[in-house]
Design a protein around this ligand. Structure first.
Ligand code: AMP
Length: 219
């Protein structure tokens, strides 16, 4: 299956993507993770991306689209993928449509995770992420690790993303509304959008998502 996951920052895209990708046996491709890996490796691409990310803005398309396409061209993505955080504006969505068409492929579904705005800010400002695996996500009040600062799953160090401050979250939300939300209409016109609520426990949301994808598949 070829799936795009959309939703505001803090909707739980990364967490859900990891579970869904595992359930569906497809790779989880997160452009945010790819940028963060480039930044920690000190690559030229990472240097280009960093200032945009720190400010909560989108990294320019000429950097992002090439990086996403290179990742999708890897052998493990030949039979499907779950895109998390890409596309994030209409021109990226059009570039993805064109790239898939060129390969005779198409998307199966666009899963839209809905969450109220005040919940988003609460979720993100207290979020702590594992340095080893960004799908290991904790929260200072909602999901505390057994030992402060240490990942329960793998023992990795927990940290707060530089762009998870309240000010940057508000900017990322503005960018989401102005740039990313329009892709939902773009895909609605193609009959691909399935919307689910992202409230509830992680496993409830995963189950809801799997159910919606199964139904979307029948349609
Ligand atoms: P995420 O991990 O998906 O929340 O992404 C973190 C940040 O990386 C975003 O706020 C953007 O600055 C940048 N980013 C990730 N994906 C994209 C994309 N498709 N287009 C532009 N910028 C992106």
């Amino acid at each position: 299956m070829r799936i795009v996951l959309v939703g505001p920052p803090g909707a739980g895209k990364g967490t859900q993507a990891a579970f869904l990708a595992q359930n569906l046996s497809i790779p989880h491709i997160s452009t945010g993770d790819l940028f963060r890996a480039n930044i920690s490796q000190g690559t030229e691409l990472g240097l280009k991306a960093k200032s945009y990310m720190d400010a909560g803005n989108l990294v320019p398309d000429e950097v992002t689209i090439g990086m996403a396409k290179d990742r999708m061209a890897q052998p493990d993505a030949a039979n499907g993928f779950l895109l998390d955080g890409f596309p994030r504006n209409v021109s990226q969505a059009e570039a993805l449509d064109d790239a898939l068409k060129l390969d005779g492929q198409e998307l199966d579904a666009v899963l839209d995770l809905e969450v109220p705005e005040d919940e988003v800010v609460k979720r993100i400002a207290g979020r702590r992420i594992c340095r080893n695996d960004s799908s290991h996500v904790f929260h200072v009040s909602y999901k505390q690790p057994a030992t402060e600062g240490v990942c329960d799953v793998c023992g990795g160090e927990l940290y707060q993303r530089g762009d998870d401050t309240e000010e940057t979250v508000r900017r990322r939300l503005e960018v989401y509304h102005s740039e990313t939300e329009p892709i939902i209409d773009h895909y609605r016109a193609q009959g691909l959008v399935v919307t689910i609520s992202a409230l509830g426990s992680v496993s409830e949301v995963t189950e809801r998502a799997m159910e919606a994808l199964r139904k979307g598949d029948d349609a």
